[in-house]
Ligand binder design. Structure first.
Ligand code: AP5
Length: 215
């Protein structure tokens, strides 16, 4: 049983570590960014509403996010825990999540917070490439695919996310500083925050996370 949140600025490595954590602890990975991107791809009403905010590097309004996450957490596969990635992102979202957990007799086990310098974030975001077919994430320098532009896992074509250009990436980092960084203090106060150096190699970060949570 593990109920956890991944916290950190855009490009901190949340999605990358999420893949490993959910496999290790056998819990669902709930990424609000992935949910919105899937809705945009499918052309749903939610996708249409979220798209303009995401492309501008702004947060999608709280009212479009909170109920969506609550509904997801009520699904059967979350009975033994979950890993939230990219939610909560505002104090309001965090308060709503706490309220939801309390109403359901649950509590958060850990908030995994990644610290990464802004220059590193910019280099990671602008160099990221994602598989169009399976969503696997690469980096042109740090984690290159074996064959340029092709996914190692499924052979799909790699593309750059629309919000990973330098201007939008910088905007996302600023939005993080203003609206999401206050969550660090919020979770420190409730005693569930665990800090990690997100600049370390991937395996080292993952090993530290497992050491902190327990095998
Ligand atoms: P979302 O999809 O959540 O994006 P994000 O938070 O900006 O985070 P990223 O996915 O960009 O980065 P990451 O930390 O997962 O890094 P990654 O592991 O890929 O949100 C997108 C948008 O949706 C938001 O801007 C907003 O509009 C909207 N949204 C989503 N949730 C919302 C909410 N709750 N409320 C309102 N709006 C919401 O790593 C990045 C790169 O670095 C990769 O290339 C990776 O290979 C590389 N890398 C990772 N770790 C390392 C390492 N240790 N060493 C070297 N390279 C590394």
């Amino acid at each position: 049983m593990l109920r956890a949140v991944l916290l950190g600025p855009p490009g901190a490595g949340k999605g990358t570590q999420a893949v490993r954590i959910v496999e290790k602890y056998d819990i669902p990975h709930i990424s609000t960014g992935d949910i919105f991107r899937a809705n945009i791809k499918q052309g749903t009403e939610l996708g249409k509403k979220a798209q303009e905010y995401m492309n501008a590097g702004q947060l999608v309004p709280d009212e479009l996010v909170v109920d969506l996450v609550k509904d997801r957490l009520l699904q059967d596969d979350c009975k033994n825990g979950f890993l939230l990635d990219g939610f909560p992102r505002t104090i309001f979202q965090a308060e709503q999540l706490d309220k939801f957990l309390e109403e359901n007799g649950q509590k958060m086990d850990i908030v995994i917070n990644f610290n990464v310098a802004k220059e590193t974030l910019m280099a990671r975001l602008t160099g990221r490439r994602v598989c169009k077919s399976c969503g696997a994430s690469y980096h042109i320098i740090n984690i290159p695919p074996k064959q340029e532009g092709i996914c190692d896992t499924c052979g799909g074509a790699l593309e750059q996310r629309k919000d990973d250009n330098a201007e939008t990436a910088e905007n996302r980092i600023n939005v993080y500083d203003e609206q999401t960084a206050p969550l660090i203090g919020y979770y420190k106060e409730s005693g569930v925050l665990a800090d990690f150096d997100g600049e370390l190699p991937l395996d080292e970060i993952f090993n530290q996370i497992v050491e902190t949570i327990g095998a």
